[in-house]
Design a protein around this ligand. Structure first.
Ligand code: ADP
Ligand code: ASP
Ligand code: MG
Length: 436
């Protein structure tokens, strides 16, 4: 049997009780030789994630406010874990060093990374595995670009020396050794990178749901689990906000042909979701899943004979590029072109961008739709079926949802609709009910 890499998310390592479940899972299969952990997450709904508390310490310092109380809450949580697990990690020494670095102006990436760092030390002690720091092995360029090949080599060479190891998720280092984190939820990426580096047979991603569900369980009650899904379909869903797995965690597994298995730490007997290159082959199911995200704006540009004009799209793209705004979608009609952008990327720049568009493109008119949400209905089986879009649009109309934009990917694997944010939950429920 090949190597299994097991990544445990925040809720799976939130306290000693959860870590004990994690231990049982790892010990149940001797092939689970490499373990990646997140920082302790929420133990209950109103609880704080350690990562959020660490960022909070940094914010306090930046505003010249006392941070000691927040820092103590963090220390207390780790110390309780250490006592309840009956392990011995030299926590006080670690806390002192983190505190010293904080006072000396350490970056927020550094401080945030300590959540994973301490938790990996704790987990390694609990399991009797080696602790292998991600610093110096997960590598970024000076500009912060992830160096995949260099990392694969460095990490692969190091892990060969360890029969069993725990590696902290979420971060790596710049060439000068300073800490750089991935974006939030990035421990999923570390897990995939480790899986690739050791040529794992499977990358197990342990979380608090029994696999990928057809829709966000916070919106749809008891959505059906997806037993098998392709990397491509999953990438669409993750990109559109299905937050189970970080979107960037798919690539390292996919290039190495390693299947990803999403599993539930609280229900380890459940098979979860298997993600691989094959298109799921769930032929009875028209759609695979639904995902969406909020906070987008649509800039709709109208111009007579637009489709005859040369270079229109290029000029529009270059305006947005000048303002460092990514285009999420660009649906077009004969005399209209819309661009969908995230509110975050255009914040504070909208007026200037509109001025530029008017000056350089001389449109007939421009409409702005803000407070928009995008919803993707994804399924490899969709392209072969007739009437999928009709079913979808009818369902939305019957639910009283206004569709502001439609974009069907050329892969015919998804249909994306833009709706007003107030209709977001209702729209997802309506699509789910129509297909499932
Ligand atoms: P972890 O801390 O283990 O990384 P996350 O919180 O990042 O876990 O991801 C798991 C959560 O994702 C679930 O608890 C669930 O609320 C949410 N979620 C959103 N969309 C889906 C979906 N389609 N299927 C399953 N879970 C989803
Ligand atoms: N602890 C980090 C976060 O909360 C990374 C992770 O959990 O994957 O975003
Ligand atoms: Mg996560």
């Amino acid at each position: 049997m090949g190597i299994k890499v097991a990544k445990f998310g925040g809720s799976s390592v939130a306290d000693a009780i959860q870590l004990t479940k994690t231990k049982e899972i790892i010990e149940a299969d001797k092939n689970r030789r490499y373990v990646v952990v997140s920082a302790p997450g929420k133990r209950y709904g109103q609880d704080n994630k350690i990562t959020d508390l660490l960022y909070l310490c940094k914010t306090h310092i930046e505003h010249n406010l006392p941070y000691e109380q927040v820092f103590q809450v963090i220390c207390d949580r780790y110390m309780a874990m250490e006592i309840n697990l009956g392990v011995n990690v030299d926590l006080l020494k670690e806390f002192d060093e983190i505190k010293r670095n904080l006072q000396e102006g350490a970056s927020s990436d550094y401080i945030a990374s300590r959540g994973e760092y301490l938790n990996a030390m704790m987990t390694a002690a609990m399991l009797g595995y080696d602790f292998v720091d991600a610093a110096g092995l997960i590598l970024f360029s000076e500009k912060g670009r992830f160096l995949e090949e260099e990392t694969n080599k460095a990490l692969g060479d190091e892990l060969k020396k360890h029969e069993r190891a725990v590696i902290p998720g979420f971060y790596g280092t710049y060439p000068d050794g300073k800490i750089k984190t991935f974006s939030r939820g990035g421990s999923d990426i570390t897990g995939a990178i480790v899986a690739r580096a050791v040529s794992a047979e499977v990358y197990e991603n342990w979380t608090d749901v029994s696999g990928f569900l057809m829709a966000d369980p916070r919106i749809v009650k008891n959505p059906k689990p997806i037993s098998r899904i392709s990397y491509k379909e999953l990438r669409e869903l993750s990109y559109m906000g299905a937050s189970v797995l970080h979107e960037d965690a798919i690539y390292p597994a996919r290039v190495a042909g390693i299947p990803i298995n999403i599993r539930n730490t609280n229900r380890p007997a459940d098979p979860g979701t298997m993600i691989d290159a094959d298109s799921g082959a769930q032929t009875d199911q028209i759609i695979t899943g639904i995902a969406g995200s909020k906070d987008f704006s649509v800039i709709a540009i109208y111009k007579n004979r637009l489709s005859q004009e040369r270079g229109f799209v290029r000029r529009l793209s270059s305006i947005l590029e000048d303002y460092d705004i990514a285009i999420e979608h660009m649906p077009s009609g004969i005399d209209t072109l819309s661009v969908v952008v995230s509110d975050k990327s255009i914040e504070g720049k909208m007026d200037e961008v509109l001025e530029e568009i008017k000056r350089k493109l001389e449109p007939g008119s421009i409409d702005i739709f803000d407070d928009m949400s995008l919803i993707a209905t994804v399924g490899a089986g969709m392209s072969k079926r007739l009437g999928v879009s009709a079913t979808l649009f009818t369902a939305l109309a019957e639910a009283g949802v206004n569709i502001r934009m439609i974009d069907q990917g050329s892969s015919e694997m998804n249909i994306i609709v833009g709706v007003e944010t107030k209709d977001f939950d209702r729209a997802i429920q309506a699509i789910y009910d129509a297909f499932v």
